[in-house]
Design a protein. Structure first.
Length: 327
């Protein structure tokens, strides 16, 4: 049943933001009037949010009054430091449109951008970045994910010996900012496409943050700068095994002796029996990318083929896990 669409719609209409700003419970009529919606539609949406534990309701002599729950205040309001609003909007406006064609994706074994948006499926990121607005949504959404679990993956291993770090496909830089916060003696270079770097500089990384630098390029086609540690966060799951091996071989060649690579991915159980979230992420990779989610052993095999050794995997108990390989 479309539970997520209820949440997406409440986010998009501004229900949670309004209730936070109001500072007091409001009636469905008042919420509808503020947000410019029908009263009957808003009442049903609010009641569904109550059922999903995203809102709470109290009955008074004046009627039902609605307020945010702690979960919605923390994760669904735009102003919260841990807000997931942007990733919700990305899922609502992009991901779910691809999921409409899941049966076609299963039949064909490829992403569904062509059916969903009329855009070639050959380059997934050309589709994701099909406009500056869509690119900004995607980058803000990825940043919001690292606001709640970035520190967990960076603390899975002691990365303090690595002073020079390169975050491949670092996007909006939220993971890089977590990294320099956790390891203040390290510097991080965000490597990404020129248009992504430009937006990151303008929108996400303040100029006074001197421990974060930028490198523009396409890591499949351009050179990779030398570093002591390379972070690939949610990168390999976008690509098939051949492209993963190709990228890891380039990383190994650029890596300093004694350096390493940190993979940040959602790990499947070795028998592929779960976790359910990771199995569903893998389905999402099918409708959106060329890749899939993998087990720790599968990532270890890819790292080993590229020349990395001393490979360790650690589960964080959160959305994403960590795999470290050394050169």
């Amino acid at each position: 049943f479309p539970y997520p669409q209820v949440m997406f719609t409440a986010c998009e209409l501004g229900v949670f933001d309004l209730l936070l700003e109001a500072g007091e419970p409001l009636s469905s009529d008042a919420i509808a009037a503020h947000l410019g919606t029908s009263t009957t539609g808003m009442e049903r949406l609010l009641d569904a949010c109550v059922g999903l534990k995203l809102l709470a309701v109290e009955l008074t002599q004046e009627g039902a009054l609605y307020r945010n729950t702690e979960i919605s205040n923390i994760y669904l309001t735009k102003s919260s430091p841990k807000s997931q609003y942007h990733i919700m909007m990305y899922y609502s406006n992009t991901v779910y449109l691809c999921w409409h064609y899941l049966a076609d994706a299963v039949r064909e074994g490829r992403n569904q951008y062509e059916r969903a948006f009329g855009i070639s499926s050959e380059d997934p990121f050309a589709a994701m970045y099909r406009s500056e607005e869509e690119m900004l949504k995607f980058m803000a959404g990825q940043n919001s994910v690292w606001s709640i679990c970035g520190r967990d993956v960076l603390a899975a291993f002691d990365l303090s010996p690595f002073r020079q770090i390169c975050d491949l496909g670092g996007g909006g830089g939220a993971l890089a900012r977590e990294c320099v916060s956790l390891y203040p003696n390290s510097t991080v270079t965000i490597y990404d496409l020129p248009k992504v770097v430009q937006v990151a500089k303008e929108q996400f990384i303040p100029p006074e943050e001197h421990r974060i630098a930028f490198y523009e390029g396409d890591f499949f086609n351009d050179s990779i700068p030398e570093a002591g540690l390379y972070i690939l966060s949610k990168i390999l799951h976008d690509w098939d095994d051949d492209k993963c091996r190709q990228l890891l071989a380039k990383v190994h060649k650029a890596c300093k002796p004694g350096g390493g690579v940190l993979l940040v991915e959602s790990l499947l159980n070795e028998d592929k029996s779960g976790p359910l979230e990771t199995q569903l992420y893998s389905m999402n990779m099918l409708v959106q990318t060329e890749g899939k989610e993998r087990t720790a052993a599968e990532y270890s095999k890819l790292l080993g083929a590229a020349g990395f050794g001393e490979i360790q995997a650690k589960r964080t108990g959160k959305l994403y896990d960590a795999v470290l390989g050394r050169k």
